[in-house]
Write a protein that binds this ligand. Structure first.
Ligand SMILES: [Zn+2]
Length: 298
């Protein structure tokens, strides 16, 4: 079976043609071809919607599936396929019935989940085949977090929680966050946080250079604090760590594991799929999940 997967982010929209054997055979999933277009958020809602359609159009003719898998930035009610909150990166998307809109445009069913949820599904089922209660933290511009309550239960609405861990208060009266609060975790434990710590712009340079060693130590100490909160509040069995910073994990992973060693009650796992996770996860969720009835079918 060949199916189109889409990953809608604030700067880019990725799409892919993904092939699988049986829908529930996670090991059989592979990306045949992928593409990416700019989101163009500054040009308004209709332009972003057009760009999403362009991304899907690239592969839709080669798909033999009756459904399209979509993961998107923003808070999403995945039972009815509505974006309940989006930042200015996706202008006018708050309240948008994106699932319905795309289903009408392409004449197929559409499954819409949050992008952090899609990445977690990708990593937990396709990338790592984990058991228990896996959680994923994604370190990019911000800090995303999602958790599967119990991976042995069916995938669907309510089986994965999108957790706003990036906006817990880490430092009282600290850095101003885009959400309006101060001292949020994502202002420290993210690529943005590393850059602010070091007063430098290139993440790889910060991680590898001697002169920014204190900034990296600070970042790792904050990272550990966030992991402790995550373990205390949610009791995950594994925490998968993903995002661009993980692609440079050779500079910091062992240090994080060693400072966390006796303090963290779960296993830390590196994400394996990189920026393919949300594409593969959106398709796996579409084919295996039960996310509310559309046209009389799940
Ligand atoms: Zn915040």
């Amino acid at each position: 079976m060949r199916i189109v997967g889409v990953d809608i982010g604030g700067t880019g929209i990725k799409s892919a043609l993904i092939e699988c054997g049986a829908p529930d055979d996670a090991a059989s999933y592979r990306i045949i071809e992928r593409a990416s277009v700019h989101t163009d958020g500054k040009q308004g809602r209709d332009k972003v919607i057009d760009n999403i359609c362009v991304a899907i159009d690239k592969f839709i003719a080669q798909s033999d599936a009756s459904i399209i898998g979509v993961g998107s930035a923003g808070d999403i009610d995945d039972t009815c396929g509505v974006i309940t909150f989006a930042t200015d990166a996706l202008p006018g998307f708050t309240g948008l019935e994106l699932r319905e809109l795309l289903a009408e445009r392409f004449g197929k069913r559409v499954n819409l989940v949050n992008d952090a949820v899609a990445a977690l599904v990708g990593e937990a089922y396709v990338g790592n085949s984990l058991k228990g209660r896996p959680m994923m933290l994604t370190l990019g511009t911000g800090l995303g977090c999602a958790m599967i309550e119990d991976i042995s239960k069916p995938l669907g609405s309510g089986s994965i929680e999108n957790i706003r861990l990036g906006h817990i208060e880490l430092h009282d009266g600290g850095r101003q966050c885009k959400c309006g609060l101060k001292g949020c975790a994502e202002q420290y434990v993210s690529a943005t946080g590393l850059k602010l710590n070091a007063g430098m712009d290139r993440v790889e340079e910060i991680l590898s250079s001697d002169k920014s060693r204190a900034a990296v130590r600070e970042f790792l100490a904050d990272f550990k604090s966030v992991l402790e909160v995550a373990c205390d509040r949610y009791s995950p069995t594994n925490i998968i760590i993903g995002g661009g910073v993980v692609e440079m994990s050779q500079y910091w992973w062992d240090d994080l594991v060693s400072i966390c060693d006796k303090n963290i009650a779960c296993k830390l796992v590196k994400a394996k799929l990189g920026n393919r996770a949300a594409l593969l996860g959106s398709v796996f969720a579409a084919l295996n999940g039960r996310y509310g009835i559309q046209n009389g079918i799940y």
